[in-house]
Design a protein around this ligand. Structure first.
Ligand SMILES: NC(=O)C1=CN([C@@H]2O[C@H](COP(=O)(O)OP(=O)(O)OC[C@H]3O[C@@H](n4cnc5c(N)ncnc54)[C@H](OP(=O)(O)O)[C@@H]3O)[C@@H](O)[C@H]2O)C=CC1
Ligand SMILES: O=C(O)C1=NCCCC1
Length: 342
């Protein structure tokens, strides 16, 4: 008879988790400022139930820092390029501190010109993308971001992997309620979710990936060990993934997903690419209040029978976490404490 191994779950408060992750990052080679940004980002993902980019990612951050592949103490250089254009060289550091450094100028430009673009390059993005856009919508702005990752997706109709899992995130304010936010990989499944399925010994739904011979497989290990992912929606997801390569890499001066080689840095996990953000001030463009218009769209979607908007699950999980603490695996938390030297 097979035995089901129940994992013990424990709860931890958001502030306590941020503080713990901060200690981990600093101990493993980031500056306190970078640690503060990454710890908040990662704890926020865990709090919202975005598990593929929550504390599951910490060992990857740690091994990457140890490998020397990324500069955990990089100081981003922000350039005011033109009226609606800001560029940041992340200095081979993480993308989130680069965004944080450019944020005030980006918002100022979006509010004065109606639209502003941020091009980040020489950066590493190892996280969910919604934390990069949601705060803009919380202050009344519309934001769109794309980031490319590492070669692991076979373009539709091609013979071998080339694209990254290349997510797109969008956030818009609405009158009554949390901003409308979606954040999705352009691959059929995020690489992180394949790793989690492999770890749990679960099979994937059909249509997610191929094995090393290019044959369809539902075995996550076969995808990870020589196989590859497929784009979502065939040629349509593939076209979006191509667009992400162009916007996040070609337009920013960053690497395409296939252009960097981390083979000489064993343990490196963070893609060294680029990221693009577009921020729009809708008060400059919409005749009526944009937030009222987006609220009307939501009202009509609900009237049409829609029960779940993108972002609803995350916000429900956030409310539960805020009220009861963030539910985490006890063993995973113990490993984090070890990584923090406790
Ligand atoms: N840094 C990087 O290079 C990469 C990061 N990623 C990250 O991986 C994460 C996971 O991506 P992915 O697996 O594609 O995300 P999902 O497929 O889980 O979700 C995509 C979006 O659709 C929403 N959604 C899911 N199911 C439904 C439903 N039934 N009805 C309505 N809305 C729904 C989600 O909202 P909700 O969140 O509320 O469920 C989310 O906004 C993302 O955060 C992404 O940024 C992915 C690839 C690369
Ligand atoms: O889940 C993914 O896909 C990725 N996440 C972080 C960066 C690499 C790709």
């Amino acid at each position: 008879m097979s035995q089901v191994h129940e994992r013990a779950l424990v709860r931890i408060g958001f502030a306590e988790l941020v503080a713990l992750l901060h200690r981990v990052f600093v101990l493993h080679g980031t500056s306190p400022q970078v640690a503060a940004t990454l710890a908040r980002n990662c704890a926020g993902a865990e709090r919202d139930g975005a598990h593929s980019h929550g504390i599951f990612r910490i060992p990857g951050y740690v091994s990457t820092l140890a490998s020397g592949w990324v500069n955990g103490k990089a100081e981003p250089v922000v350039t005011d390029v033109a009226s609606g254009f800001v560029r940041v060289d992340a200095g081979n550091g993480f993308a989130q501190p680069a965004l944080e450094a450019a944020r005030p100028l980006l918002v100022e430009k979006a509010r004065s010109a109606g639209i502003a673009l941020l091009a980040i390059h020489n950066s590493h993005h190892f996280a969910a993308l919604w934390p990069d856009v949601e705060p803009f919508a919380e202050e009344g702005l519309v934001a769109l971001s794309v980031v490319n990752s590492m070669t692991c997706v076979v373009p539709h109709g091609a013979d071998r992997p080339l694209f990254g899992t290349n997510p797109i995130a969008f956030a818009a304010p609405r009158a009554d309620g949390a901003p409308i936010v979606f954040d999705l990989a352009t691959s059929a499944i995020a690489h992180g979710d394949v790793q989690i399925a492999a770890r749990k010994g679960e099979r994937l739904p059909p249509g997610m990936g191929v094995d090393s011979l290019g044959q369809p497989t539902q075995d996550p290990k076969a995808i990870l060990e020589g196989g590859a992912l497929l784009p979502f929606g065939g040629h349509k997801g593939s076209a979006l993934s191509m667009m992400v390569e162009l916007l996040a890499a070609a337009l920013t001066g960053g690497n395409f997903s296939f252009e960097f080689n981390w083979a000489d840095h064993p343990g490196a996990r963070t893609p060294w690419t680029g990221q693009l953000l577009i921020v729009i001030d809708p008060s400059k463009t919409a005749g009526q209040s944009f937030a009222e218009r987006s609220q009307e769209l939501v009202r009509q979607m609900h009237a049409a029978g829609l029960r779940r908007l993108p972002g609803d699950r995350r916000h429900r999980t956030r409310e539960r976490s805020d009220a009861q603490g963030i539910e985490v695996d006890a063993e995973e938390l113990a490993r984090l404490r070890e990584l923090a030297g406790e």
